[in-house]
Write a protein that binds this ligand. Structure first.
Ligand SMILES: *[C@@H]1O[C@H](CO)[C@@H](O)[C@H](O)[C@H]1NC(C)=O
Ligand SMILES: *[C@@H]1O[C@H](CO)[C@@H](O)[C@H](O)[C@H]1NC(C)=O
Ligand SMILES: *[C@@H]1O[C@H](CO)[C@@H](O)[C@H](O)[C@H]1NC(C)=O
Ligand SMILES: *[C@@H]1O[C@H](CO)[C@@H](O)[C@H](O)[C@H]1NC(C)=O
Ligand SMILES: *[C@@H]1O[C@H](CO)[C@@H](O)[C@H](O)[C@H]1NC(C)=O
Length: 469
């Protein structure tokens, strides 16, 4: 199965875009069904002892900010949203920002730095950092019954000094400057009682070739040169040393492309080294998150488990829209598909490490404008690749919810509840994403307004959604 996945992604990389490799292993199709209602987050001795060594209170580095109590991972479910498109741009999340640059060759933050005058680019970025997410959003996220935000940062925004690394600190052509805005955000999170997962979303050389790594490219070089991985470890060390008391979880890297063999080979070593570096720099209170690299959680059996490691969590992402076989699923089949994933995740979580679904969506199509990259269409309606199946019109599937039918909104609610139930049967979930300019099917904020996302995430209209599949 993995070979199929590898081949599929290499084929697509060859086609000039890596976006669609953000997929879920088809093995989930054949996993046996498990009713969510029968699952409780029971802990093995393994995980319980892991938990007890982390019962101490995190200390705050900034005395002026309120102290946030420790989150009881494994007992309390993580309920969160990503603050996508804030400190690492994604054209589909903020299309007007990109349109206003007047250059259609600017497809990500890398090309933005490359093709624009530095001062103008910095000006645009600062305007965005100041306005895309504000204190009001943190308040609204708290009011929506959520307890976590997952925030993204690109390596180019981490201000290493010459004593922090012997590798280059040159981040050309990126425009740095987001760091102080991140610090401000961490204070808001504390103020509103929200716990923070910070993830390194863009690594030197790009770890997946997606625009959301900062650089949309076929040259996924993070693990192919000699310096990017050790350089990333210095960056992780800087983050752990400087933000240790301000964040709850540091995720060592987002969506490393395990389908690239060099990355597949480098990842276990990177995670082990990163684990030790964070422990040395920030002590035992800071939790460490690793991501399955699209290999499925089962590829990480017995990896960084207690007692050889402590306080490590697994992140897995769940999308069903970045390849044709998954797009072809009916709405009911999408829900069923989600439910099928549970038995695998929960058995992994019970015998290995706490596991959360760190990205997922209610969107059942790839219709959101530029989701597959700027100037790229959708598979759904055939506006991208010719000679492939199509599934219908994109009208009423994405964009403004005023065009969503009531049947569609009913589906979005069911799909939300199914995925929340699955997340809560393991250690939790973080929706992608809080805010999107014009793709309401992806926006938690708009889902609250439209009613397919409940004001209280524990409300259920379909309490047995997975047992019915
Ligand atoms: C794009 O063009 C508009 C209209 O000419 C102009 O007002 C704006 O400043 C331009 N944007 C940039 C980033 O140059
Ligand atoms: C850089 O190299 C020097 C000399 O080998 C070493 O003492 C120092 O610890 C290194 N710094 C970092 C941040 O790795
Ligand atoms: C700005 O532009 C120059 C090229 O003209 C580049 O060398 C420099 O590193 C750029 N970036 C920043 C952040 O100054
Ligand atoms: C759900 O998946 C299972 C296992 O693949 C299958 O037997 C069942 O028919 C599916 N149900 C629906 C509604 O698709
Ligand atoms: C969505 O459509 C409604 C009705 O046409 C309009 O009032 C509203 O401004 C639109 N919202 C956005 C975010 O474009």
């Amino acid at each position: 199965m993995l070979l199929v996945l590898l081949f599929f992604c290499w084929f697509l990389l060859g086609q000039g875009s890596a976006q669609q490799c953000r997929l879920v292993s088809p093995q989930n199709f054949v996993a046996s069904p498990a009713p969510v209602s029968s699952q409780t987050p029971t802990q093995t001795a393994n995980i319980a002892s892991q938990s007890s060594s982390f019962a101490t209170q995190s200390s705050s580095t900034a005395s002026s900010t309120p102290t946030l109590s420790t989150f009881d991972y494994g007992t309390d479910p993580v309920r969160g949203v990503n603050l996508g498109g804030w400190f690492v741009l994604e054209p589909w999340i903020t299309p007007t920002l990109f349109q206003n640059l007047n250059d259609s060759d600017i497809v990500d933050e890398f090309t933005m730095g490359q093709m624009m005058d530095n001062d103008t680019a910095l000006d645009v970025l600062q305007g965005h950092w100041n306005s895309w997410i504000t204190e009001d959003d943190f308040q609204a996220i708290k009011a929506a019954g959520l307890n976590h935000v997952r925030m993204q940062i690109g390596y180019w925004s981490v201000p290493l000094t010459s004593s922090d690394t012997n590798y280059t600190r040159n981040v050309d052509p990126y425009i740095p400057g987001a760091w102080p805005y991140l610090l401000k955000a961490l204070n808001w999170a504390k103020q509103y009682g929200l716990h923070v997962i910070l993830d390194l979303h863009g690594a030197p050389g790009s770890q997946n070739g997606y625009d959301n790594s900062g650089h949309r490219t076929n040259n996924v070089n993070w693990a192919s040169d000699d310096v990017s991985v050790p350089r990333t470890l210095d960056i992780i060390k800087f983050i752990a040393s400087n933000l240790g008391g301000m964040i709850d979880i540091l995720e060592l890297i987002n969506e490393p492309g395990g389908f690239v063999s060099a990355i597949n080979n480098a990842l276990p070593g990177y995670y082990k080294d990163g684990y030790q570096i964070v422990r040395d720099a920030a002590g035992n209170d800071l939790r460490i998150m690793i991501m399955d690299g699209f290999l499925g959680v089962d590829a990480w059996q017995d990896f960084l488990t207690y007692p050889s490691a402590q306080g490590v969590l697994m992140d897995t992402h769940e999308y069903q829209i970045f390849n044709y076989p998954q797009l072809q699923l009916s709405f009911d089949e999408h829900i069923n598909y989600s439910c099928q994933v549970l038995s695998q995740l929960s058995s992994y979580a019970k015998s290995n490490i706490y596991t959360i679904i760190g990205e997922w969506t209610t969107a059942p199509t790839d219709c959101a404008k530029w989701l597959n990259g700027r100037n790229i269409g959708a598979r759904w309606d055939g506006t991208w690749q010719s000679g492939q199946p199509t599934f219908g019109s994109c009208n009423g599937m994405s964009g403004n919810m005023s065009a969503f039918s009531s049947d569609y909104k009913t589906f979005l609610r069911k799909y939300y509840e199914a995925q929340v139930a699955i997340g809560e049967a393991i250690q939790g979930w973080v929706y992608w994403t809080w805010k999107v300019e014009n793709a309401d099917d992806w926006s938690y904020q708009r889902g609250l307004e439209g009613g397919w996302i409940p004001q209280d995430p524990t409300d259920r209209i379909y309490p047995n959604i997975c047992s019915n599949s």
